[in-house]
Ligand binder design. Structure first.
Ligand code: ADP
Ligand code: MG
Ligand code: ZN
Length: 476
């Protein structure tokens, strides 16, 4: 029996207005190499200046994960040549990173939480992009110098499920903190997965391989599954030492396999040394104060939903797993929606329809205020649950968000008026006197028949609870 050991390195692109060491915009640029200046082009004599906003965002992350946020940290040069990196080195933080010794609590399938250590999170500059076109390549340096926060976990995960749970929690964390867009497809949340195995009970770690740049949670799980199997087979075949070597591998999506890319460099290969152009990053009290402004985070939110709103733990975790969803939910409550009803209408009715139509909560055609209003209309008996589903279906297809107008237009207003319902009931009882007699002599099953008839005659508009009460009153 073997145990899997996983450690993750995640590069989060910080959503600052300008680059890490110059005042070039980080925003999308229409033309290649237009967001550049002497510093990020590495022209001789240009000097870097640290971006305060990037430092504060890194610090905010540190405080959110209970880390030691260093009031003085250092920048190092990591030397390597690559065409999209004109300095021929990357400015990073190796020895004294701004964020050290943090932790993240991940949510496991069985409802428990597990602590995963965050060894450090450091600031570094991104490279540009090489673009290969036929027989030649171009270099675009618009991205060169964009701030990254590299978040390094301890090797604390023991399965691909735990690795994915960690990534999801980390993703939610940086989104709640609003320090990154964290869009995996667009590369603002990139993850490298370190995987090793060891026989159960063995203290010492096995040899790890690093799988680079996987761009979806699903592929992370698939890459780990493949790699673990490969390592176990090598072990069982007696060729572990030859086939499992410390190296960088790539996950091939089409084939579902990992392939060796290059041997793993040792830190010494990069000739790390303190960057002589940059003095230590010393933070001020004002920066600390700003960084400590942290919104309510997913764990706190979930606890509050469970405690104060009496929401089931499972639902609380689903809703808080995504910032947009939690804010949507809270906006529904602000409209007066009952919390439990809001959960159902958000997580089953709305999400189901969004998935089917290819939308997400962020670009939902029905906004939170509208859905919240609709839910209040069920609670105050303006409309039945069934009628509300029709209204929601209608809104998914049409532009109108005027709930009352749609209820009118679709003729869904529920009749709760006793007189109107009694009139229908009396009509039905009169027309079915034989059944009334049977009911009164003990055939109670017939109650359902009377309810059905009343609903039918009212064309579904009668309030079912009222129908029940009034029928009982009349029959007994
Ligand atoms: P390096 O400096 O060579 O990049 P680190 O010690 O920084 O190595 O570790 C990089 C990542 O690899 C971390 O996320 C760490 O948790 C993970 N890691 C280290 N050893 C192992 C191992 N034996 N198995 C799986 N992951 C590991
Ligand atoms: Mg590393
Ligand atoms: Zn620049």
């Amino acid at each position: 029996m073997f145990e899997t050991v996983i450690g993750l390195e995640v590069h989060v692109q910080l959503n600052t207005k300008t680059k890490l060491f110059c005042s070039c915009a980080t925003s999308f640029a229409e033309h290649q190499n237009s967001n550049t200046c002497p510093t990020c082009l590495a022209l001789p004599g240009a000097l870097p200046v640290v971006n305060k906003e990037a430092a504060i965002k890194a610090m905010r992350f540190g405080y959110a994960v209970n880390a030691d946020v260093q009031h003085s940290s250092n920048f190092d040069r990591k030397s390597y040549f690559y065409p999209d990196s004109p300095m021929a080195y990357q400015i990073t933080q190796l020895h004294n990173a701004i964020v050290q010794n943090g932790e993240l609590f991940i949510d496991l399938e069985d409802g428990t939480q597990k602590r995963v250590g965050i060894t450090q999170a450091h600031l570094e500059a991104d490279a540009g992009k090489n673009m290969h076109e036929g027989d030649h390549s171009k270099v675009d340096l618009n991205r060169a110098g964009t701030p990254l926060l590299e978040i390094v976990s301890a090797p604390d995960m023991r399965s691909s499920d735990e690795a994915v749970a960690y990534l999801k929690k980390l993703h939610a964390t940086v989104r709640y903190l609003d320090i990154s867009d964290a869009n995996m497809q667009e590369g603002s949340f990139r993850c490298d997965v370190n995987v090793s195995i060891r026989p159960k009970g063995q203290e010492e770690f096995g040899t790890r391989v690093e799988i680079k740049n996987i761009n979806s949670f699903r592929f992370v799980a698939a890459a780990i599954a493949y790699e673990v199997q490969r390592q176990i087979e090598a072990y069982e075949d007696g060729v572990y030492d030859q086939e499992v070597v410390q190296e960088t591998r790539l996950y091939n999506v089409a084939e579902g396999v990992t392939k060796s890319m290059r041997g793993k460099e040792e830190a010494a290969d990069y000739r790390y040394f303190p960057d002589p152009d940059l003095r230590p990053l010393v933070v001020t009290e004002a920066m600390v104060e700003e960084a400590k402004q942290i919104p309510e985070m997913p764990d706190e939110k979930a606890a509050r939903y469970i405690e104060e709103l009496d929401i089931k733990k499972y639902d609380a975790l689903v809703i808080t797993s995504d910032k947009e969803m939690a804010y949507y939910f809270e906006e529904m409550l602000a409209c007066g929606a009952n919390p439990k009803m809001a959960v159902t209408w958000l997580t089953s009715e709305l999400l189901g329809r969004l998935n089917k139509a290819g939308f997400t909560i962020e670009n939902s055609p029905v906004d939170a205020k509208t859905l919240g209003t609709l839910v209040t209309k069920i609670a105050d008996d303006t409309i039945s649950g069934k009628g509300a589903k029709d209204v929601l279906d209608y809104m998914m297809e049409h532009d109108s968000r005027d709930v009352d107008a749609i209820i009118d237009e679709l003729g869904l207003a529920q009749v709760s008026d006793d007189g109107a319902i009694l009139a229908i009931i009396d009509e039905i009882l009169a027309a079915n006197q034989d059944k009334v007699a049977e009911y009164r002599s003990g055939k109670e099953k017939l109650f359902g028949f009377f309810v059905g008839q009343t609903m039918k005659v009212s064309k579904g508009s009668a309030n079912p609870a009222k129908v029940n009460d009034l029928l009982k009153e009349r029959l007994n």
